[in-house]
Design a protein around this ligand. Structure first.
Ligand code: 5AD
Ligand code: SF4
Length: 470
């Protein structure tokens, strides 16, 4: 059993990059390191697949690799800085010990910084944007033949990698990501994603259902449908059109044993039809990640989120009335351009009103070329941003602890994912409300669904005991 991460992977979880694969002899070996969001983890599985088909081997041992690829994130400046420091370290090693080592940058930073990385800083040999992964083997050949850097950062309006079978090299064998759409057309004022990942496009329904069916047959027990803005999924073919609610419904029919989650959604597209799918389909999880970003309507307008505070609160109320027991998480940004103390307090009061089970909270980081960078001034001083973020985090920690305490005494179905991080005598898994539960290992194995009585909690984790043996 592999130790598991007990938090969902989001952009700031950069300290423990995930690395690829099965060792293989006699082939050029690639070490693939992934930073950032779940979408990048899923993309790395596509890259691993393309490379394997082209005859490359994957290695977990960085020192044994002939090629080191970093799949990168550009969402906040600190994410980019971490990758930059890593590249400098790799570059120094290449200079001193491994002149033949090929260094590549994939993903969002590739798209954003291609000139800088190649010309000004001469850090890398290969730069590949998120829509050019089919081209990666050719680019690797090109750079090793010519000794020159090779680049493809073209964005596509069609590419969904629908026909590429991901190589799940870092899997727990229980839950898998399935990419359903790429890009984003929303243009939130703070966000660089539409620039790094391009226009929205949806993957064909049949290929998604086929991938989920295969995962279920391989013994997987949970899929997370992934996209930058999954709710705007729409696939049209021969005059029929399937929206996100219909897609989730169809995936839920694949197997009653396969739990279905998705991430990440935009409140503007969260339809009643989708909420009814949550209510009616027992294997569609009672959990929605519904990023609010801010609690004040003027700030939301400046952010170009297309909804106000009251609309968002009405949606939360509707969601909870249609789906009893629904668990909600969110993303929040502190210190956006022009944010006043009163506006900040509106975020705190919205959090008190909604009482999210969990939140991902960030200080605003200006990103070049975004609407906010062009039109507004990043005028909230860093120490004020930090203090506001701390207030937001402290409030959420208290609320998470309170909502977790409500679960104590209750019994939940927990899908076992692996060992607890802290002890091999305990296992960890999630409730369908996405809460991590730790309990004694007994003879439980990854993939088992355990009935667990909750006996205690922290703000981040529930503790319990199985009410029946495995
Ligand atoms: N600064 C801070 N946080 C950001 N996010 C996106 N762009 C920025 C930025 N420029 C956050 C949003 C988004 C999450 C994935 O990252 O909250 O929902
Ligand atoms: Fe960025 Fe907004 Fe698109 Fe999310 S919906 S990826 S925050 S532009």
């Amino acid at each position: 059993m592999q130790p598991i991460l007990d938090i969902p992977i989001l952009e700031d979880d950069l300290d423990a990059p995930r690395t690829a694969g099965a060792e293989s002899a006699g082939r050029r070996l690639v070490f693939l390191e992934t930073y950032g969001c779940q979408m990048n983890v899923s993309d790395s599985e596509i890259v691993a697949s393309v490379l394997q088909s082209a005859g490359y081997g994957l290695t977990h041992d960085e020192r044994a690799a002939d090629v080191v690829l970093l799949n990168t994130c550009a969402i906040r400046d600190n994410a980019e800085q971490k990758v930059r420091r890593r590249l400098e370290e790799l570059r120094a090693r290449k200079r001193r010990h491994r002149p033949d080592l090929t260094l590549g940058v994939l993903g969002c930073m590739a798209e954003r910084l291609r000139h800088k990385l190649l010309e000004e800083e001469q850090l890398v040999d290969l730069v590949v944007g998120p829509d050019a992964y089919r081209d990666i083997a050719r680019l690797l050949d090109e750079t090793s033949d010519s000794g020159q850097a090779a680049v493809n950062v073209l964005l596509s309006r069609e590419e969904t990698y629908a026909d590429i079978q991901p190589v799940r090299y870092d899997t727990n064998g229980v839950s898998a990501f399935v990419s359903i759409m790429r890009g984003c057309d929303n243009m939130c004022a703070f966000c660089v994603v539409p620039f790094t990942r391009g226009r929205e496009r949806s993957r064909p329904v049949d290929s998604i259902v086929a991938e989920c069916t295969e995962l279920a047959a391989m013994g997987y027990r949970e899929v997370t449908l992934l996209g930058q803005n999954v709710n705007s999924y729409r696939f049209t073919d021969a005059g029929t059109s399937v929206d996100f609610a219909e897609l989730v419904y169809r995936v839920s029919l694949v197997s009653p044993e396969l739990r279905v989650r998705y991430s990440t959604s935009h409140p503007k597209d969260c339809s009643d039809a989708l909420l009814h799918v949550h209510r009616e389909r027992p294997n569609v999880c009672n959990y929605i990640h519904l990023p609010v970003q801010h609690g004040n309507s003027d700030v939301l307008e400046r952010m170009r989120r297309t909804y106000g505070r009251e609309e968002y609160l009405a949606l939360v109320e509707r969601a909870r009335s249609i789906v009893p027991g629904l668990s909600l998480s969110t993303d929040i940004i502190a210190g956006f351009c022009g944010e006043t103390e009163d506006e900040h307090r509106d975020t705190l009061s919205l959090m008190e009103t909604v009482r999210y089970d969990h939140a991902y909270m960030f200080a605003y980081s200006e990103r070049p070329d975004t609407y906010a960078a062009r039109k507004y001034v990043d005028d909230v001083p860093e120490d004020v941003k930090k203090r506001r973020l701390t207030e937001i985090i402290e409030l959420q920690t208290r609320i998470s602890l309170e909502t977790n305490r409500v679960d104590v005494g209750g019994v939940h179905d927990v899908l076992v994912e692996g060992f607890s991080r802290r002890s091999e005598t305990q296992v960890a898994g999630r409730t369908d409300t996405n809460k991590m539960v730790v309990f004694d290992r007994g003879s439980w194995r990854p993939g088992d669904m355990a009935r667990v009585r909750i006996t205690g909690c922290t703000s981040a984790t529930l503790f319990g005991e199985a009410v029946e043996a495995a």
